[in-house]
Design a protein around this ligand. Structure first.
Ligand code: CU
Length: 323
């Protein structure tokens, strides 16, 4: 399948090409004139320099021509910018949440996804915010990019014109796994989109994590339903960016087999051994700075202060069940 394009793609490519052609022609022209002058006025042909004072015609020419050129460039740049920033009123709005290191897309009907599904030939507005640091939402194929900033909402819009998948990148360095902060925009035919939009949540982030990242782990004393709820809380809070539940290392320690294990931690720079009981897990989640597990130097775990008391308990029970 070919990469889809948006209504910006062609316009911006034309402007870009025009600027490149203009720059190359100017470069060639200036170089040619320079060579001409070097030959024409070298010492053999022109042994005595004759300074020239004042030439009003020339001065007017070299003021007016560049002025016209840059005014023209400004005009096209400004028109392009307006087109980019003025969202059509009928746009379909999707909320985008960025955080270290993934994107979540939330639709008006409550549907959530880790890929951006959009219908073809429809104006789409992305209303974006970040949960942690600055990110930048970038779809190269559509020629759109906009910063995503914590504490405020930024936006961009586009109209996809052909069907297919295209890459989504984070274009603002945002920490260790910035380069892996990838997603996809999937442009679908209207019918396909409608049935996805109205359909079951089979491609929700939680489901995606279940299938992609989660090997089936051993849990004791936990029902399947509790387990799924706990994993969803972990997913929604970004814990899986750094932790696994199968014993494999990521940016943080694996949560598997953690309960009742001895932990070597740094408390105010002093090394101590603590048994990972329930109270320890609780502290590790809400106040990760207090006891820093040795061996993860440099990686700062964000304190999970958005968790409700019942979510926190659920996570802690889940960690305890991961034998
Ligand atoms: Cu980022």
């Amino acid at each position: 399948m070919t990469t889809p394009v948006s209504s910006f793609t062609e316009t911006f490519d034309i402007i870009f090409l025009a600027l490149v052609i203009f720059a190359v022609v100017t470069l060639l022209l200036i170089t040619a004139i320079m060579i001409y002058f070097v030959v024409r006025y070298n010492r053999k042909r022109h042994p005595r320099a004759e300074p020239i004072h004042g030439n009003t015609t020339l001065e007017i020419i070299w003021t007016v021509i560049p002025l016209l050129i840059v005014t023209g460039m400004f005009y096209y740049g400004y028109e392009g910018f307006r087109y980019l920033r003025e969202v059509p009123e009928d746009a379909f709005t999707i909320n985008v949440v960025g955080r270290m290191w993934d994107w979540t897309f939330e639709y008006e009907n409550g549907r959530k996804s880790d890929k951006l599904y959009v219908p073809v030939d429809r104006n789409v507005k992305l209303s974006m915010t970040s949960l942690d640091v600055n990110h930048s939402f970038f779809i190269p194929a559509f020629r759109v990019k906009e910063d995503v900033v914590p504490g405020r909402t930024t936006y961009l819009w586009f109209k996809p014109q052909t069907v297919g998948p295209a890459d989504v990148f984070c274009a603002e360095y945002c920490g260790q796994r910035h380069a892996y902060m990838l997603s996809e925009v999937v442009v679908m035919e209207k019918d396909a989109f409608d049935s996805w939009y109205g359909g079951e949540a089979d491609s929700s982030p939680a489901a995606a994590v279940e299938t992609a990242a989660a090997p089936v782990e051993e849990t004791t004393g936990f029902t399947e339903e509790q387990r799924e709820r706990a994993r969803k809380v972990l997913w929604d809070n970004g814990c899986f960016s750094c932790h696994t539940t199968d014993g494999s290392e990521n940016l943080g320690p694996s949560l598997k087999g953690l309960f009742q294990k001895d932990r070597y931690v740094l408390v105010d720079g002093q090394e101590r051994v603590i048994t990972a009981d329930e109270a320890y897990l609780r502290r590790a989640i809400v106040d990760p700075d207090a006891e820093y597990v040795k061996g993860y130097d440099g990686v700062i775990m964000p304190p999970a202060d958005d968790l409700s008391p019942s979510e926190l308990t659920l996570i802690i029970d889940y960690i305890q069940s991961l034998k």
